[in-house]
Design a protein around this ligand. Sequence first.
Ligand SMILES: *Cc1c(COP(=O)(O)O)cnc(C)c1O
Length: 456
Amino acid sequence: MKTIIEPFKIKSVEPIYFTNFRERKEILKNAHYNPFLIHARDVIIDLLTDSGTSAMSSAQWAGIMLGDESYAGADSFFKFESAVKKITGLPIVIPTHQGRAAEKILFSVLGGPGKTVLSNTLFDTTRANVEFTGAEGLDLVCAEGKQPGVIADFKGNIDLEALESAIQRLGNQNIPGVVITITNNSGGGQPVSMANIEGAKAICLRHGIPLIIDACRFAENCYFIKMREPGYQEESVLAIAQKLFSFADMVTMSAKKDAFANIGGFLALREEQLAQQFRNLLIVTEGFPTYGGLAGRDLEAIAQGLEEIVNEDYLRYRIRSIEYIGDKLTSAGVPLVLPTGGHAVYLDAAAFLPHISKDQYPGQALACALYLHGGIRGVEIGSVMFGKYAKDGSLISPPLELVRLAIPRRVYTQSHMDYVTEVIADVYHHRHTIRGMKITYEAPVLRHFTAHFDML
Ligand SMILES: *Cc1c(COP(=O)(O)O)cnc(C)c1O
Protein backbone atom coordinates (compact mmCIF):
# COMPACT_ATOMS: atom_id res chain seq x y z
CA MET A 1 0.00 0.00 0.00
CA LYS A 2 1.21 3.51 -0.79
CA THR A 3 1.81 6.25 1.80
CA ILE A 4 -1.38 7.98 2.88
CA ILE A 5 -0.56 11.60 2.13
CA GLU A 6 -1.87 14.89 3.54
CA PRO A 7 -5.07 15.61 1.56
CA PHE A 8 -4.28 19.33 1.29
CA LYS A 9 -1.72 21.74 -0.09
CA ILE A 10 -0.18 24.54 1.97
CA LYS A 11 -1.21 28.03 0.90
CA SER A 12 0.05 30.08 3.83
CA VAL A 13 2.84 29.38 6.32
CA GLU A 14 4.03 30.56 9.74
CA PRO A 15 7.68 30.47 10.85
CA ILE A 16 8.91 28.17 13.61
CA TYR A 17 11.54 29.74 15.88
CA PHE A 18 14.33 27.47 17.06
CA THR A 19 15.82 27.44 20.55
CA ASN A 20 18.79 25.50 21.89
CA PHE A 21 19.07 23.31 24.98
CA ARG A 22 20.62 26.04 27.12
CA GLU A 23 17.92 28.54 26.24
CA ARG A 24 15.19 26.00 26.91
CA LYS A 25 16.61 25.20 30.33
CA GLU A 26 16.21 28.85 31.29
CA ILE A 27 12.78 29.16 29.65
CA LEU A 28 11.49 26.09 31.49
CA LYS A 29 12.74 27.36 34.82
CA ASN A 30 11.11 30.76 34.23
CA ALA A 31 7.86 28.94 33.37
CA HIS A 32 8.00 27.16 36.75
CA TYR A 33 8.28 23.83 34.93
CA ASN A 34 4.73 24.17 33.64
CA PRO A 35 4.54 23.95 29.82
CA PHE A 36 1.30 25.97 29.90
CA LEU A 37 3.39 28.95 31.06
CA ILE A 38 5.92 28.81 28.21
CA HIS A 39 5.51 31.42 25.43
CA ALA A 40 4.38 29.75 22.20
CA ARG A 41 7.24 31.43 20.30
CA ASP A 42 9.68 29.42 22.43
CA VAL A 43 8.10 26.10 21.37
CA ILE A 44 9.38 24.24 18.29
CA ILE A 45 6.56 21.71 17.89
CA ASP A 46 3.46 22.61 19.86
CA LEU A 47 1.45 19.55 20.81
CA LEU A 48 -0.11 21.09 23.90
CA THR A 49 -3.56 20.74 22.42
CA ASP A 50 -5.53 20.15 19.26
CA SER A 51 -8.00 22.73 20.53
CA GLY A 52 -8.42 25.82 18.42
CA THR A 53 -5.09 25.10 16.74
CA SER A 54 -6.40 23.72 13.43
CA ALA A 55 -5.32 25.21 10.12
CA MET A 56 -8.48 26.58 8.54
CA SER A 57 -9.20 25.87 4.90
CA SER A 58 -9.38 28.50 2.19
CA ALA A 59 -13.15 28.00 2.21
CA GLN A 60 -13.26 28.72 5.93
CA TRP A 61 -11.20 31.90 5.47
CA ALA A 62 -13.55 32.90 2.67
CA GLY A 63 -16.43 32.32 5.12
CA ILE A 64 -14.76 34.68 7.58
CA MET A 65 -15.16 37.48 5.01
CA LEU A 66 -18.86 36.62 4.58
CA GLY A 67 -19.61 36.84 8.32
CA ASP A 68 -22.89 38.59 8.97
CA GLU A 69 -22.38 40.58 12.15
CA SER A 70 -26.04 41.47 12.71
CA TYR A 71 -26.87 41.30 16.40
CA ALA A 72 -30.00 39.21 15.92
CA GLY A 73 -30.93 36.69 13.27
CA ALA A 74 -27.67 36.92 11.31
CA ASP A 75 -27.35 34.87 8.12
CA SER A 76 -24.24 33.30 9.58
CA PHE A 77 -26.24 31.91 12.49
CA PHE A 78 -28.65 30.11 10.18
CA LYS A 79 -25.77 28.54 8.25
CA PHE A 80 -24.23 27.45 11.54
CA GLU A 81 -27.53 26.14 12.86
CA SER A 82 -28.23 24.11 9.75
CA ALA A 83 -24.71 22.62 9.73
CA VAL A 84 -25.17 21.47 13.34
CA LYS A 85 -28.69 20.16 12.66
CA LYS A 86 -27.55 18.25 9.59
CA ILE A 87 -25.06 16.28 11.66
CA THR A 88 -26.82 15.94 15.01
CA GLY A 89 -30.47 15.96 14.00
CA LEU A 90 -31.16 17.90 17.21
CA PRO A 91 -33.76 20.63 16.67
CA ILE A 92 -32.45 23.28 19.09
CA VAL A 93 -28.96 24.73 18.65
CA ILE A 94 -27.41 27.25 21.05
CA PRO A 95 -24.04 28.76 20.08
CA THR A 96 -21.44 29.34 22.82
CA HIS A 97 -17.92 30.74 22.75
CA GLN A 98 -16.35 27.38 23.66
CA GLY A 99 -17.30 23.90 24.78
CA ARG A 100 -16.92 24.79 28.43
CA ALA A 101 -19.42 27.62 28.12
CA ALA A 102 -21.96 25.06 26.92
CA GLU A 103 -21.01 22.84 29.88
CA LYS A 104 -21.31 25.73 32.31
CA ILE A 105 -24.84 26.50 31.13
CA LEU A 106 -25.85 22.83 31.04
CA PHE A 107 -24.65 21.94 34.53
CA SER A 108 -25.78 25.22 36.10
CA VAL A 109 -29.28 23.96 35.30
CA LEU A 110 -28.80 20.20 35.80
CA GLY A 111 -26.19 20.09 38.57
CA GLY A 112 -26.17 20.99 42.27
CA PRO A 113 -25.24 19.40 45.60
CA GLY A 114 -26.25 15.76 46.01
CA LYS A 115 -26.26 15.12 42.25
CA THR A 116 -23.86 12.79 40.45
CA VAL A 117 -23.06 12.94 36.74
CA LEU A 118 -22.00 9.56 35.35
CA SER A 119 -19.67 9.28 32.37
CA ASN A 120 -17.25 7.11 30.45
CA THR A 121 -14.72 9.81 31.41
CA LEU A 122 -15.50 13.47 32.01
CA PHE A 123 -13.02 15.80 30.37
CA ASP A 124 -11.33 18.20 32.82
CA THR A 125 -13.49 21.24 31.99
CA THR A 126 -16.63 19.10 32.09
CA ARG A 127 -15.70 17.72 35.50
CA ALA A 128 -14.85 21.22 36.74
CA ASN A 129 -18.24 22.55 35.59
CA VAL A 130 -20.04 19.62 37.26
CA GLU A 131 -18.11 20.02 40.51
CA PHE A 132 -18.43 23.80 40.51
CA THR A 133 -22.19 23.35 41.12
CA GLY A 134 -21.53 21.09 44.11
CA ALA A 135 -22.37 17.95 42.13
CA GLU A 136 -20.00 15.03 41.67
CA GLY A 137 -18.67 13.34 38.57
CA LEU A 138 -18.13 9.59 38.40
CA ASP A 139 -16.10 8.00 35.61
CA LEU A 140 -17.07 4.46 34.59
CA VAL A 141 -14.77 3.67 31.69
CA CYS A 142 -14.61 -0.01 30.66
CA ALA A 143 -11.84 -2.25 32.06
CA GLU A 144 -9.72 -2.19 28.85
CA GLY A 145 -9.77 1.60 28.97
CA LYS A 146 -7.75 1.53 32.19
CA GLN A 147 -4.92 -0.58 30.77
CA PRO A 148 -2.68 1.44 28.45
CA GLY A 149 -0.95 -1.58 26.93
CA VAL A 150 -4.08 -3.63 26.12
CA ILE A 151 -5.16 -3.51 22.48
CA ALA A 152 -8.93 -3.22 22.02
CA ASP A 153 -11.16 -1.54 19.46
CA PHE A 154 -13.30 0.64 21.71
CA LYS A 155 -11.40 1.45 24.84
CA GLY A 156 -13.46 4.61 25.35
CA ASN A 157 -16.65 2.65 26.12
CA ILE A 158 -18.56 3.18 29.33
CA ASP A 159 -18.89 0.05 31.48
CA LEU A 160 -22.62 -0.62 31.07
CA GLU A 161 -22.87 -2.90 34.13
CA ALA A 162 -21.16 -0.31 36.28
CA LEU A 163 -23.54 2.32 34.86
CA GLU A 164 -26.60 0.25 35.76
CA SER A 165 -25.34 -0.49 39.27
CA ALA A 166 -24.29 3.14 39.91
CA ILE A 167 -27.83 4.23 38.99
CA GLN A 168 -29.29 1.58 41.34
CA ARG A 169 -26.98 2.66 44.14
CA LEU A 170 -27.35 6.45 43.77
CA GLY A 171 -30.99 6.60 42.68
CA ASN A 172 -32.04 7.97 39.30
CA GLN A 173 -33.45 11.14 40.91
CA ASN A 174 -29.87 12.05 41.88
CA ILE A 175 -28.43 11.56 38.40
CA PRO A 176 -29.16 14.53 36.13
CA GLY A 177 -27.34 13.04 33.16
CA VAL A 178 -24.98 10.47 31.72
CA VAL A 179 -22.21 12.03 29.63
CA ILE A 180 -20.53 10.01 26.90
CA THR A 181 -17.36 11.74 25.70
CA ILE A 182 -16.46 10.88 22.10
CA THR A 183 -13.66 10.18 21.61
CA ASN A 184 -12.66 9.70 25.22
CA ASN A 185 -10.11 12.50 25.43
CA SER A 186 -8.79 11.98 28.96
CA GLY A 187 -8.90 8.21 28.49
CA GLY A 188 -6.43 8.28 25.59
CA GLY A 189 -8.53 9.61 22.70
CA GLN A 190 -10.10 6.18 22.46
CA PRO A 191 -13.34 5.69 20.55
CA VAL A 192 -16.74 4.60 21.85
CA SER A 193 -18.71 2.07 19.82
CA MET A 194 -22.21 2.63 18.47
CA ALA A 195 -23.36 -0.47 20.38
CA ASN A 196 -22.06 1.03 23.62
CA ILE A 197 -23.87 4.33 23.05
CA GLU A 198 -27.03 2.43 22.14
CA GLY A 199 -26.64 0.37 25.32
CA ALA A 200 -26.08 3.45 27.48
CA LYS A 201 -29.15 5.09 25.94
CA ALA A 202 -31.29 2.03 26.72
CA ILE A 203 -30.22 2.16 30.37
CA CYS A 204 -30.81 5.92 30.54
CA LEU A 205 -34.24 5.54 28.97
CA ARG A 206 -35.24 2.85 31.49
CA HIS A 207 -34.30 5.18 34.36
CA GLY A 208 -35.53 8.44 32.85
CA ILE A 209 -32.05 9.99 32.71
CA PRO A 210 -30.94 12.14 29.76
CA LEU A 211 -28.01 10.97 27.64
CA ILE A 212 -25.59 13.78 26.90
CA ILE A 213 -22.90 13.43 24.25
CA ASP A 214 -19.72 15.46 24.55
CA ALA A 215 -19.16 15.53 20.80
CA CYS A 216 -15.82 17.33 20.54
CA ARG A 217 -14.30 14.62 18.33
CA PHE A 218 -17.39 13.00 16.87
CA ALA A 219 -15.96 12.66 13.35
CA GLU A 220 -12.81 10.87 14.50
CA ASN A 221 -15.00 8.60 16.67
CA CYS A 222 -17.35 7.86 13.77
CA TYR A 223 -14.43 7.04 11.49
CA PHE A 224 -13.25 4.46 14.03
CA ILE A 225 -16.78 3.01 14.07
CA LYS A 226 -16.63 2.74 10.29
CA MET A 227 -13.22 1.03 10.45
CA ARG A 228 -13.80 -1.26 13.42
CA GLU A 229 -17.43 -1.93 14.24
CA PRO A 230 -19.21 -4.64 12.26
CA GLY A 231 -22.00 -3.34 10.05
CA TYR A 232 -20.69 0.17 9.40
CA GLN A 233 -18.07 -0.36 6.68
CA GLU A 234 -20.43 0.67 3.90
CA GLU A 235 -21.93 3.64 5.75
CA SER A 236 -20.71 7.20 5.30
CA VAL A 237 -19.18 8.90 8.33
CA LEU A 238 -21.98 11.46 8.12
CA ALA A 239 -24.63 8.73 8.28
CA ILE A 240 -22.83 7.09 11.20
CA ALA A 241 -22.73 10.44 13.02
CA GLN A 242 -26.44 11.00 12.37
CA LYS A 243 -27.26 7.59 13.84
CA LEU A 244 -24.98 8.15 16.82
CA PHE A 245 -26.60 11.48 17.69
CA SER A 246 -30.07 9.97 17.38
CA PHE A 247 -29.40 8.44 20.82
CA ALA A 248 -28.56 11.81 22.40
CA ASP A 249 -30.94 13.99 24.35
CA MET A 250 -28.35 16.74 24.51
CA VAL A 251 -25.01 17.45 22.87
CA THR A 252 -22.21 19.78 23.91
CA MET A 253 -19.36 20.47 21.54
CA SER A 254 -16.23 22.52 21.32
CA ALA A 255 -15.91 23.69 17.72
CA LYS A 256 -12.19 24.07 18.43
CA LYS A 257 -11.80 20.33 17.83
CA ASP A 258 -13.76 18.57 15.09
CA ALA A 259 -15.00 21.74 13.42
CA PHE A 260 -11.56 23.09 12.41
CA ALA A 261 -12.39 26.41 14.07
CA ASN A 262 -10.16 28.56 16.24
CA ILE A 263 -13.01 29.35 18.65
CA GLY A 264 -16.59 28.30 19.27
CA GLY A 265 -18.92 25.68 20.60
CA PHE A 266 -22.55 24.80 21.02
CA LEU A 267 -25.22 23.13 23.05
CA ALA A 268 -27.90 21.23 21.14
CA LEU A 269 -30.99 19.55 22.51
CA ARG A 270 -34.55 18.39 21.91
CA GLU A 271 -36.53 19.84 24.79
CA GLU A 272 -37.81 23.42 24.48
CA GLN A 273 -38.43 23.95 28.21
CA LEU A 274 -34.85 23.18 29.11
CA ALA A 275 -33.66 25.26 26.17
CA GLN A 276 -35.46 28.28 27.62
CA GLN A 277 -33.57 27.90 30.89
CA PHE A 278 -30.30 27.51 28.97
CA ARG A 279 -31.00 30.61 26.87
CA ASN A 280 -31.68 32.66 30.01
CA LEU A 281 -28.19 31.85 31.23
CA LEU A 282 -26.77 32.29 27.73
CA ILE A 283 -28.00 35.88 27.58
CA VAL A 284 -26.35 36.70 30.91
CA THR A 285 -22.94 35.20 30.20
CA GLU A 286 -22.57 34.68 26.43
CA GLY A 287 -24.92 36.77 24.33
CA PHE A 288 -28.11 36.80 22.31
CA PRO A 289 -29.25 33.29 21.26
CA THR A 290 -28.33 33.74 17.58
CA TYR A 291 -24.67 34.49 18.25
CA GLY A 292 -23.89 33.14 21.75
CA GLY A 293 -20.36 34.20 22.48
CA LEU A 294 -19.29 34.36 18.85
CA ALA A 295 -18.87 36.77 15.98
CA GLY A 296 -20.80 36.04 12.78
CA ARG A 297 -17.49 35.22 11.06
CA ASP A 298 -16.79 32.51 13.65
CA LEU A 299 -20.19 30.95 13.00
CA GLU A 300 -19.30 30.85 9.27
CA ALA A 301 -15.96 29.16 9.93
CA ILE A 302 -17.64 26.53 12.12
CA ALA A 303 -20.42 25.85 9.61
CA GLN A 304 -17.84 25.26 6.86
CA GLY A 305 -15.58 23.26 9.20
CA LEU A 306 -18.43 20.88 10.06
CA GLU A 307 -18.86 20.21 6.35
CA GLU A 308 -15.15 19.45 5.92
CA ILE A 309 -14.63 17.31 9.01
CA VAL A 310 -16.73 14.38 7.78
CA ASN A 311 -14.64 14.13 4.60
CA GLU A 312 -13.29 10.61 4.63
CA ASP A 313 -10.04 11.35 2.76
CA TYR A 314 -9.30 13.76 5.56
CA LEU A 315 -10.26 11.29 8.30
CA ARG A 316 -8.24 8.46 6.75
CA TYR A 317 -5.18 10.74 6.74
CA ARG A 318 -5.93 12.06 10.23
CA ILE A 319 -6.23 8.67 11.92
CA ARG A 320 -3.25 7.26 9.96
CA SER A 321 -1.04 10.22 10.89
CA ILE A 322 -1.61 9.51 14.60
CA GLU A 323 -1.04 5.79 14.09
CA TYR A 324 2.20 6.59 12.23
CA ILE A 325 3.63 8.30 15.32
CA GLY A 326 2.46 5.40 17.46
CA ASP A 327 4.14 2.86 15.18
CA LYS A 328 7.47 4.71 15.28
CA LEU A 329 7.38 5.07 19.07
CA THR A 330 6.42 1.43 19.53
CA SER A 331 9.39 0.29 17.47
CA ALA A 332 11.63 2.48 19.67
CA GLY A 333 10.24 0.63 22.72
CA VAL A 334 8.48 3.71 24.14
CA PRO A 335 5.45 2.82 26.32
CA LEU A 336 2.24 4.45 25.12
CA VAL A 337 -1.52 3.97 25.10
CA LEU A 338 -2.34 1.47 22.38
CA PRO A 339 -3.89 1.40 19.94
CA THR A 340 -3.40 5.10 19.23
CA GLY A 341 -6.62 7.12 19.38
CA GLY A 342 -8.02 9.88 17.23
CA HIS A 343 -6.26 13.12 17.97
CA ALA A 344 -3.23 12.45 20.08
CA VAL A 345 -0.55 10.08 21.18
CA TYR A 346 -0.51 9.39 24.91
CA LEU A 347 2.80 8.40 26.43
CA ASP A 348 2.48 6.12 29.45
CA ALA A 349 4.54 8.19 31.87
CA ALA A 350 4.23 5.68 34.73
CA ALA A 351 5.87 2.98 32.57
CA PHE A 352 8.28 5.46 30.94
CA LEU A 353 9.57 6.66 34.34
CA PRO A 354 8.95 3.78 36.78
CA HIS A 355 11.49 5.25 39.22
CA ILE A 356 9.26 8.31 39.81
CA SER A 357 6.32 7.74 42.18
CA LYS A 358 2.89 9.18 41.41
CA ASP A 359 3.19 11.84 44.08
CA GLN A 360 6.29 13.08 42.29
CA TYR A 361 4.31 13.56 39.08
CA PRO A 362 6.01 11.39 36.42
CA GLY A 363 3.84 12.91 33.66
CA GLN A 364 4.90 16.44 34.53
CA ALA A 365 8.54 15.34 34.64
CA LEU A 366 8.24 13.73 31.21
CA ALA A 367 6.46 16.74 29.69
CA CYS A 368 9.32 18.95 30.94
CA ALA A 369 11.95 16.55 29.56
CA LEU A 370 10.37 16.63 26.08
CA TYR A 371 10.49 20.40 26.08
CA LEU A 372 14.03 20.56 27.37
CA HIS A 373 15.41 18.06 24.87
CA GLY A 374 13.48 18.99 21.74
CA GLY A 375 11.32 22.07 22.30
CA ILE A 376 8.23 19.86 22.13
CA ARG A 377 5.27 20.92 24.23
CA GLY A 378 2.84 18.27 25.49
CA VAL A 379 0.57 18.14 28.52
CA GLU A 380 0.43 15.97 31.61
CA ILE A 381 -2.84 14.08 32.00
CA GLY A 382 -2.46 12.35 35.32
CA SER A 383 -2.00 13.26 38.95
CA VAL A 384 -1.44 16.94 38.22
CA MET A 385 -4.59 17.31 36.12
CA PHE A 386 -6.86 14.97 38.05
CA GLY A 387 -5.14 14.41 41.43
CA LYS A 388 -7.12 15.09 44.58
CA TYR A 389 -6.05 15.25 48.19
CA ALA A 390 -7.32 12.87 50.87
CA LYS A 391 -8.21 14.31 54.30
CA ASP A 392 -4.71 13.45 55.54
CA GLY A 393 -3.20 15.48 52.69
CA SER A 394 -2.00 12.45 50.71
CA LEU A 395 -2.49 12.40 46.94
CA ILE A 396 -5.34 10.40 45.38
CA SER A 397 -4.16 9.61 41.85
CA PRO A 398 -6.25 8.82 38.77
CA PRO A 399 -5.71 5.37 37.21
CA LEU A 400 -3.31 6.59 34.48
CA GLU A 401 -0.26 8.87 34.38
CA LEU A 402 -0.07 10.10 30.78
CA VAL A 403 1.57 12.76 28.68
CA ARG A 404 -0.66 13.78 25.81
CA LEU A 405 0.87 14.88 22.55
CA ALA A 406 -2.15 16.32 20.76
CA ILE A 407 -1.77 16.81 17.04
CA PRO A 408 -3.25 20.03 15.66
CA ARG A 409 -5.41 19.37 12.60
CA ARG A 410 -3.78 19.99 9.18
CA VAL A 411 -0.85 21.89 10.77
CA TYR A 412 2.26 19.71 10.86
CA THR A 413 3.80 17.51 8.19
CA GLN A 414 5.27 14.04 8.39
CA SER A 415 8.82 15.38 8.87
CA HIS A 416 7.70 17.37 11.90
CA MET A 417 6.38 14.14 13.34
CA ASP A 418 9.59 12.27 12.49
CA TYR A 419 11.45 14.88 14.52
CA VAL A 420 9.02 14.42 17.43
CA THR A 421 9.51 10.65 17.51
CA GLU A 422 13.31 11.06 17.33
CA VAL A 423 13.28 13.39 20.35
CA ILE A 424 11.03 11.06 22.36
CA ALA A 425 13.21 8.05 21.55
CA ASP A 426 16.27 10.03 22.73
CA VAL A 427 14.57 11.02 25.97
CA TYR A 428 13.54 7.41 26.50
CA HIS A 429 17.13 6.37 26.07
CA HIS A 430 18.28 8.41 29.04
CA ARG A 431 15.04 8.25 31.05
CA HIS A 432 16.94 7.18 34.20
CA THR A 433 18.35 10.70 34.56
CA ILE A 434 14.90 12.34 34.75
CA ARG A 435 13.85 13.44 38.24
CA GLY A 436 10.45 13.82 39.91
CA MET A 437 8.70 17.10 40.66
CA LYS A 438 6.85 18.83 43.47
CA ILE A 439 4.10 21.45 43.31
CA THR A 440 5.01 24.82 44.81
CA TYR A 441 1.81 26.69 43.91
CA GLU A 442 -1.65 25.54 42.83
CA ALA A 443 -5.10 27.06 42.19
CA PRO A 444 -8.21 25.44 43.73
CA VAL A 445 -9.73 24.37 40.36
CA LEU A 446 -8.09 23.21 37.09
CA ARG A 447 -4.73 23.53 38.81
CA HIS A 448 -2.71 22.14 35.90
CA PHE A 449 -3.15 25.34 33.89
CA THR A 450 -1.34 27.59 36.36
CA ALA A 451 0.52 25.42 38.88
CA HIS A 452 4.20 26.01 39.63
CA PHE A 453 6.65 23.14 40.09
CA ASP A 454 10.19 22.48 41.16
CA MET A 455 12.45 19.60 40.26
CA LEU A 456 13.27 17.28 43.15
C1 LIG B 1 -11.87 20.63 24.69
C2 LIG B 1 -12.88 19.81 25.31
C3 LIG B 1 -13.93 20.36 26.05
C4 LIG B 1 -14.01 21.85 26.35
O1 LIG B 1 -14.06 22.63 25.22
P1 LIG B 1 -13.39 24.11 25.18
O2 LIG B 1 -13.78 24.64 23.85
O3 LIG B 1 -11.93 23.95 25.37
O4 LIG B 1 -14.00 24.90 26.30
C5 LIG B 1 -14.87 19.51 26.57
N1 LIG B 1 -14.81 18.18 26.38
C6 LIG B 1 -13.81 17.61 25.69
C7 LIG B 1 -13.79 16.14 25.48
C8 LIG B 1 -12.82 18.39 25.13
O5 LIG B 1 -11.83 17.81 24.45
